[in-house]
Design a protein around this ligand. Structure first.
Ligand SMILES: [Zn+2]
Length: 347
């Protein structure tokens, strides 16, 4: 996703950062799980939430990294598409692949493929969970060799891994779940940095090309979900997920709903109440073009007021991935899904 939202959200982009620094990012693991934080009652006893397997999510991340960077137009990209489809088929989830072409800011044209499954497809009570599966072609946040690719272990692979693992637990949830894997999210033009992206005239809406298309071309018979959750960089060590600005603008109730459940589970050290400036990520277009109130769970460093240190760098490899973070995010997602059937209205 894009680091700073300079153009898209007029007015709000000028809001000052509202960092309350109530959390304690970067402190020891033991301090980060706040088990005494129970602002809401525990899940009702009749709701059995399946256990999320973080080992499996880690393995799915490693598998994608082993393909190589999933850059549009490469063999690794194609292998990853086949892998996602095959894994979903194993769960008998009938993946649909939405294929089209898009022109990127550098004048190239790429085929892209959004993959989607809908569990319990006739159920009118639904949630959308989405992520992107492509890798950015350049490590353009590096000072040196910024045109080199990077593994995208967290930026891309971790979100896919999370969705694939969640996919195994959708039967019997009581609500329908739409999982969408967006392509061509990370090929956007980054202004003000050295490298490939600055050779071209500055253009708008160059990020999130797959989700822009999906949001304008929803599948036939698509039942509008109550809300959506986007995952981006969700497997990093010492991850902190503050409340993200674009999510707060379009879907503040959904943010509160998810962060309240996280709090109930004792995850306030991960899901802090800090606020970030609005960012551009797939959820922006899902909100604006499809009208689905959608939030972004994205690793953001409240100390540096920026994405994590490995964002769009060579260091975004398996060494930054932590099963513990994956377990937290996965367990939260399964609770959100399984508690949803008791919700009488959209949050
Ligand atoms: Zn990215």
């Amino acid at each position: 996703m894009k680091r700073k939202n300079k153009f898209a959200i007029t007015g709000l982009a000028l809001l000052p950062f509202l960092f309350l620094l109530t959390g304690c990012p970067g402190s020891k693991d033991n301090d980060r799980i706040v088990t005494s934080d129970t602002t809401k009652p525990a899940p009702p006893a009749d709701i059995k939430v399946p256990a999320f397997n973080a080992d499996s999510a880690y393995y799915f991340t490693q598998t994608q990294v082993d393909f190589g960077p999933r850059i549009p137009g490469t063999k690794a990209h194609k292998k990853c598409l086949d892998f996602i489809v095959a894994e979903l088929e194993k769960d008998s989830l009938h993946p649909m692949v939405q294929t089209s072409k898009a022109r990127t800011f550098d004048g190239k044209q790429y085929e892209f493929n959004n993959v989607m499954i809908s569990s319990d497809p006739k159920n009118n009570a639904r949630i959308l969970i989405c992520t992107h599966w492509d890798t950015r072609p350049w490590s353009d946040m590096e000072a040196v060799d910024s045109n080199k690719p990077f593994d995208g272990a967290d930026d891309g692979a971790s979100g896919v891994a999370m969705l694939l693992e969640v996919a195994r637990h959708l039967k019997g949830a009581g609500v329908g779940v739409d999982l969408v894997f967006f392509d061509l999210e990370d090929y956007g033009q980054q202004e003000g940095k050295n490298g490939e992206t600055t050779k071209y005239p500055e253009q708008d809406n160059t990020w999130c090309l797959g989700s822009q298309y999906w949001a304008k071309n929803l599948p036939t018979n698509f039942i509008m979900p109550r809300y959506g959750i986007l995952l981006d960089m969700v497997g990093g060590k010492d991850a902190v997920f503050p409340m993200e600005g674009t999510s707060l603008m379009y879907a503040p109730k959904v943010v509160n709903h998810i962060w309240d459940i996280a709090s109930t589970l004792g995850y306030s050290g991960y899901f802090t109440r800090d606020r970030t400036a609005p960012t551009i990520d797939d959820h922006k277009y899902v909100n604006e073009l499809a009208g689905i109130p959608t939030i972004d769970i994205v690793h953001y460093d409240v100390k540096t007021r920026d994405y994590p240190y490995f964002h769009h760098k060579q260091s975004d490899n398996m060494s930054v991935i932590d099963k513990k973070t994956m377990g937290v995010v996965g367990n939260l997602l399964l609770h959100v899904i399984y508690l949803e059937k008791n919700n009488s209205e959209t949050p």
